[in-house]
Design a protein around this ligand. Sequence first.
Ligand code: HEC
Length: 446
Amino acid sequence: MKNRSDGFKDDSQRLRSRELYMKFAKCLTVSAIFLVDPFTMLRVCADEPRSNTASATDLIYEAFFKRKSLAGQIYDLEELEPPFQTSSKFPTRGDSYQRAVTALDRFLSTSVGGVGEDPVRRAVLQRDLWAVFCTLAGSVEPRRSVFNDQVFVTGLEDVGDTDQSYRTERRVLQKKLIKVMRQIALTAAEVQSLPDNVSDAIRSSAFPRQFNPDMPTRGFLPSDLFEANSGWVAYRDVSRGDGLVAPSHTRFTNGRSFFQIFLKLPGGQQATLGFLKNFGGRSQEGVKFPAGTSALLLQRMVVIGSDGLPKITPITEKIKIRHFPDGENAQAFSWILHRKELFANRRGGLHEVKEEEKSLFSFETNETKVDYLEMTGRPDVPNTLDTCVKCHNDIAGSGYHTIRSLFGPRYATPDIQPTTAKESGENALKWLKKTYSWGLLQGMWE
Ligand code: HEC
């Protein structure tokens, strides 16, 4: 069934949403009075029992994506990753574990758990449950090898969950997660039918299409990103054996998302190709990015199709841009997928990250995967947009020196070549299929 443009299937859903909104407004008022952090909203009414009309899908989100910190604050933020880590107590112990089991059982006892037929909602729910599954199954770490008594990072490896406690609870949850994921899996045709939400966001005219020097902190979404010969060139380091374009991001997401990196010099296609062609081999002495150069990182959603194989979807989960107005110093912009906006087809579901926004579980603020909610004291994380400088300028200089993908370990210049979405997509899925968590998933999917 096709959803109406407001994203609700029927009047009862619309009514429930109004009720929830009223509750939310009440919470907001209270939290404004006892104002805490912008990112941990103190919602005194959060423990109210859910109305009986809550769908099984709602209960799943409540069980896995809302949490209480040790200080009793509710953490409930639109994020791509679940708000816990592999070794967190939250998913495998006590009431929170029971709630998760009950929510999954409730979903499995209904036909489609309230998610309906809509491929977009099914895709989003499946990617979210896959994220939970993978987090329970361990993490990906740099693979270190020793040659001549020296330690080198030679790739990535999924270290699995063999050393993790509460294995029985992990497996109980994982088996149920897989059953739900299988039930809502998309056919290949449905995957193709998913929206290209970046193009939708650009068409919505909600964001400027180019950088405006008079408003340098205003993010822009380039309308020509996917146009042939537009000057946006996707590239990769061909000296990497695993073919990954964005190894740090792939590691963080266990390969559940697909990444592309683009560079655009103001001189257009030939200028960008020329820069990349000469990059590794030439002396970098005196080389500068021309003013107006941009680098862009695109993160796409991957789902598991009804044939049990991973498929890259047209849905973008995140875009990050670093634009160099003077060729040296970057302005940073970031957009992240907001589920409800996507369902309602507003601005392609892309939310521009604002100056004061924080997150406790994103790549930017928590690459080392700490569970701040199981620590005492207030987490001291920077604003998301303040992290960009830290990571990109920590090695050397300015301008192209801060483009992380142009340099390998120890700041070496690797062999950079233009690539295509097809080539890097195939490499990304090949890498994913060799991970521990994919093997575990396959075993349970059959
Ligand atoms: C924890 C470190 C870290 C933080 C924080 C970080 N990045 Fe990056 N970024 C990287 C790495 C490493 C790469 C290279 C790709 C990879 O290995 O995944 C990268 C790649 C990129 C690229 C592609 C071009 C390039 O430099 O390779 C863009 C654009 C980018 N990041 C933008 C941002 C923006 C905008 C922010 C802030 C919102 C940000 N990054 C925060 C580590 C970081």
